[in-house]
Design a protein around this ligand. Structure first.
Ligand code: AHZ
Length: 313
């Protein structure tokens, strides 16, 4: 390659391995010396509009009846989607995420620091995903990913590559679809979600009557995080619809207690609704764990396992 000529002697074997994979230099070679005559292939603006809207409306049509809806694309929701997408390529899975940018709180390790800590045995998940990590020489109990964004972007790219998964971002779940149970409200069955553009959801108070849209699904997996402007959505809705009396309320930080409890208790809390990740701390009154993400990925594995049980029943 023209761009690597003369460089090879200066590079360590690790650096060289990137170049010999050929990925870095091919693009430079492709365009080298051609910028003066550079031109994009022509397009009419309406073709861009149609390319986007046709696909989006096809997806809305296709996923209006889904097998599973995952609410919230944070570390737990995306982990759930990853496991389900791999295990069951036949299932239609819609992910609804309120934010424009999926990933929830997992773009940084904690506070504004980059590195992400996961306690073992969550390293099993990283190995499956193909995200590199370091062991701590002085403590064998946890591993560290050099940047939380490396974890989240890899997880996202895998999830978005599954042909049977559609992410509807910038879209909020603003209610649940319900069916009466045999014993009334305590026994209510969740049958899908009510959605709206997040910008609309945020303006219900100052704009009149902006009705929502819906997705029917026999199973909803809610992973909307702990309480906040958009957090713990389904847990709070279960209270306001009196399906449960009250929330346990998230407790103070205790990493050991919190992570075990969240993973072990990830479950179908009411028929058709599985809750995982930090949203579970609000239902059950568990501690928070702060900046350690092992419970989020393994709660995702447990949520996927529970989902497959419900679907296969
Ligand atoms: O935007 C929210 C976020 O991306 C999204 N969400 C919340 N309500 C929604 C709604 N409709 C659609 N009504 C909604 N989307 O849900 C996502 C939740 O991601 P998260 O990262 O907040 O939650 P998680 O449970 O996946 O991960 C929690 C990570 C935490 S918090 C914590 C602590 O505070 O101690 N420690 C850890 C590891």
């Amino acid at each position: 390659s023209t761009t690597t000529t003369g460089l090879k002697d200066k590079l360590t074997p690790e650096m060289l391995s990137f170049i010999t994979q050929g990925q870095q230099t091919r693009l430079l070679d492709e365009f080298a010396g051609k910028w003066d005559s550079f031109k994009f292939a022509p397009i009419r603006e309406s073709q861009v509009s149609r390319a986007m809207t046709r696909r989006y409306f096809n997806d809305l049509d296709k996923y209006a009846e889904s097998d599973i809806v995952i609410v919230g694309a944070g570390s737990c929701g995306l982990s759930t989607a990853y496991v389900l997408g791999k295990a069951r390529p036949d299932l239609k899975i819609a992910i609804v995420e309120a934010n424009v940018s999926p990933g929830g709180g997992a773009w940084l390790g904690g506070q504004l620091f980059s590195a992400m800590v996961m306690r073992k045995p969550a390293d099993v998940f990283l190995n499956d995903l193909g995200v590199p990590f370091e062991e701590d020489a002085t403590n064998p109990n946890y591993v560290v990913v050099k940047h939380a964004a490396l974890f989240t972007s890899t997880l996202l790219s895998k999830v978005l590559s599954f042909p049977n998964i559609k992410l509807f971002n910038a879209t909020s779940v603003e209610d649940l679809i319900t069916r009466p149970g045999q014993n009334g409200i305590e026994d209510v069955r969740i049958a899908g979600v009510v959605t709206n553009w997040t910008l609309v959801t945020m303006h219900h108070d100052d704009q009149s009557c902006m009705d929502p849209n819906t997705i029917n699904a026999p199973l909803v997996i809610s992973t909307t995080g702990h309480d906040g402007p958009f957090g713990a959505f389904c847990a709070k809705r279960l209270v306001s619809m009196t399906a449960i009396e009250k929330l346990g309320g998230m407790r103070g930080l205790d990493m050991n207690a919190a992570e075990d409890a969240i993973v072990k208790n990830t479950r179908e809390v009411t028929k058709g609704l599985i809750i995982g990740g930090m949203e579970l701390s609000e239902i059950d009154g568990f501690n928070r764990m702060g900046p350690t993400f092992g419970a989020m990925v393994l709660s995702g594995v447990k949520a996927a396992e529970e989902a497959l049980k419900v679907i296969e029943d």
